[in-house]
Design a binder for this molecule. Structure first.
Ligand code: FES
Length: 64
């Protein structure tokens, strides 16, 4: 399913980007995602959803 329609980015693409950024920087935030993928850099209507996606992925990391 697409999260960012403007940039054609799916949930899978964002999830992989979060993992890659987490490995590279040790953390992830919306600015890193924007710079890395281009998501949320046009209309911005996907920004809240991506921030929630980042929060959810961090909860999963804590549970491991
Ligand atoms: S839907 Fe992501 S910037 Fe427009």
């Amino acid at each position: 399913m697409y999260i960012c329609i403007c940039k054609g980015l799916t949930e899978n693409h964002i999830a992989k980007s979060i993992q890659e950024l987490e490995r590279s920087y040790g953390y992830v935030n919306i600015s890193l995602i924007q710079n890395y993928t281009g998501a949320a850099t046009k209309c911005g209507c996907c920004k809240d959803q991506i921030q929630q996606f980042i929060k959810d992925s961090q909860k999963m990391v804590v549970k491991k």
